[in-house]
Design a protein around this ligand. Structure first.
Ligand code: AMP
Length: 432
């Protein structure tokens, strides 16, 4: 399929050409036609699959169609035509960038972002003026609705991006309040990794005769991402493995995940002392600093980013060649989101998980969730001394799938000897 067959407005096909896209991705090819026809959609599509354009191109089509038309009868002419709700500020910024990129030839396109953690002034100014597309996190938008500064009476399209995550973060009441402020006749597109349980119930509540689109579920193999699991004897061993991996020549840029904000700061300090160009990124940092760090990553001034889960949502930097799980995620589905930060935009990526014995429960849960075994790997000279925990039964690797490099039995009797490796220069690890 080509973009021509989607019959998009010329301003949009030009932008797609300028972005260098030759054909729609699967989620774009499946979701865009019903979205253009006005259907409500429930879409599951893995991160990195091109899902942003699958709602942004129909959204921009609405904006183009509304040019010169009066506002919806009975409503004031104020307020956006399209609202995209996202769980995190980073994802909101990412979606806003996509809106500007895909909408670069839409004359006078007005896009605004309303997220928490930044001053109100610029947001208020943007909300006062005419607006086409508003991208918001629920909490801050509720503030602006409460004060009457945000008006959603002219809305044609509502998009809920990563709806499962928004509900996990406790935004259900905020979402309901926001939806109440929108016209009933709106079109609604809901994106979520799953539509089981409360996400499905919310979909039933908000969507009218929705079409269900499922493109690549989280249980499908990540073809572009090679996964590896390294067992570490202890924290010191884990540091040695990380240090070794970060010095491999194949590392273009690495995203290292920790479980806590304090671990992220501590590890970034340690890597900095070792001479890496590194920064940390987590929800405890002011938004301005978070933006600067992300900018540093995009411009390749940073080679290593140490981040927590929440902050890493929405990071779309195609040059991230390695995702390293230094601390395991709290939830198994976050593993899928984490590794999806590499292998993007047609590139390949390596996702390495460093696990200690006490992490074996989470490793089992991740493997059950993805129904794939993460192939085990070792590094010569850094093999674990202890036997790996016995793997729990999972659906075996699909036929033809190859285990990662270095997979195989641990050389018998070879002790872990981190010869010449530097450890933990930044002082003791903080207590949890
Ligand atoms: P997303 O899943 O929306 O975060 O997109 C993942 C990456 O794929 C982004 O870097 C997009 O710029 C890129 N992308 C989106 N659509 C296409 C396409 N049709 N062809 C090539 N790359 C694309």
């Amino acid at each position: 399929m080509t973009f021509e067959t989607l019959n998009l407005h010329e301003a949009l096909t030009r932008a797609l050409q300028a972005a260098g896209y030759t054909e729609p991705t699967e989620v774009q090819a499946t979701a865009i036609p019903p979205a253009l026809a006005g259907a409500d959609l429930m879409v599951s599509s893995r991160t990195g699959s091109g899902k942003t354009a699958s709602f942004m191109l129909p959204a921009l089509t609405k904006v183009l169609a509304a040019r010169g038309k009066p506002a919806t009868p009975g409503t004031k002419a104020r307020g956006p035509r399209v609202l995209v709700l996202t769980p995190t500020r980073e994802l909101a910024m990412q979606v806003a960038k996509a809106a500007s990129d895909y909408g670069r030839f839409v004359p006078g396109l007005r896009v605004a972002t309303v997220v928490g953690g930044v001053p109100y002034g610029a947001q208020l100014a943007a909300l006062r003026g005419p607006l086409d597309i508003l991208i918001a996190t629920p909490g801050r938008l509720i503030d602006h609705l409460g004060s009457g500064k945000a008006v959603l009476g002219s809305l044609d399209m509502l998009v809920l991006d990563e709806a499962d995550r928004m509900l996990d973060m406790g935004f259900i009441d905020d979402i309901r309040l926001i939806v109440e402020a929108t016209p009933k006749a709106r079109q609604t597109m809901m994106y979520s990794a799953t539509f089981a349980g409360h996400v499905g119930r919310l979909a039933q509540e908000l969507l009218r005769e929705p079409q269900r689109i499922e493109v690549s579920s989280q249980t499908e193999a990540h073809g572009d991402i090679e996964q590896r699991l390294h067992w570490a004897d202890d924290f010191e061993h884990k540091n040695a493995l990380l240090d070794h991996i970060l010095t491999e020549r194949s590392v273009d840029q690495a995203l290292v995940f920790t479980s806590t904000q304090r671990d992220a700061d501590w590890l970034a300090d340690r890597l900095h002392e070792m001479g890496h160009s590194v920064a940390s990124l987590h929800g405890g940092m002011p938004q301005g600093r978070r933006n600067r760090v992300l900018q540093g990553l995009r411009s390749k001034h940073l080679k290593v980013l140490v981040a927590t889960d929440v902050a890493a949502r929405g990071i779309d930097v195609p040059t991230i060649s390695h995702v390293i799980n230094f601390g395991l995620p709290m939830k198994e589905e976050d593993y899928v989101h984490r590794i999806g930060r590499t292998g993007r935009a047609g590139r390949t990526g390596l996702a390495v998980t460093l696990a200690e014995r006490r992490d074996s429960g989470m490793i089992h849960r991740i493997q059950r969730y993805t129904t794939q075994r993460i192939p085990m790997a070792t590094i010569v000279g850094l093999e674990p001394k202890r036997a790996e925990p016995r793997p729990a039964p999972v659906t075996p690797l699909p036929r033809g799938a190859k285990p990662g490099k270095g997979f195989g039995p641990r050389p018998a009797g070879k002790p872990f000897r981190p010869a010449g490796k530097t450890f933990a220069k930044a002082g003791p690890r903080p207590a949890r």
